[in-house]
Design a protein around this ligand. Sequence first.
Ligand code: ZN
Length: 193
Amino acid sequence: MDRKEVEEIFRELGVLLEGHFLLASGRHSRFYFEKFRLLEWPAAADRLCRALAEQSRNLGARVVAGPTTGGLLVAYAVARHLGIKAIYAERIEVGRGFPRGSVLDPGERVLIVDDVLTTGGSVRETWEAVERLGGEVCGVGVLVDRSQDAEWLGGTPFTAVYRAEVETFAPDDCPLCGQGMKLVAPGGSKRKG
Ligand SMILES: [Zn+2]
């Protein structure tokens, strides 16, 4: 799926908003990415998940793992396209785990997926939970990569259906402020990863 096709889906879903936004980082931007719109229309979201499944097919994963909430839906859909199992990493007291009795064979190859990668916190917690269960992470895949630096992934194969490159401005050096445009703080920006 090429970039234009993905952006068309984003516009359809209201994922990509244009205006003058205050981001969680404190910086300003002309665009805001509304990740909570991404999975509201299953048919459109599934086209993205199918693309992620195709991009990940060569990793030889036997299981797909995703963190609640968005990653759970992505894991379900990607596993369905690959014809393999999905497990769901939920919040537990510390980090994430699989508290409902999911099992993995020792060294079983696990693909971790999520809807949007920002700080990578949810993916890292899912990774730790997979290893505690005896699995081996063979790759990480996301629908949208918004991370500035995913160096912590090391040599692990990483794939994204879409890489969002959004220009941001320091508040005292923002051309949109200069134009007197009203600054909007989207509610979703409080949540990360
Ligand atoms: Zn501004």
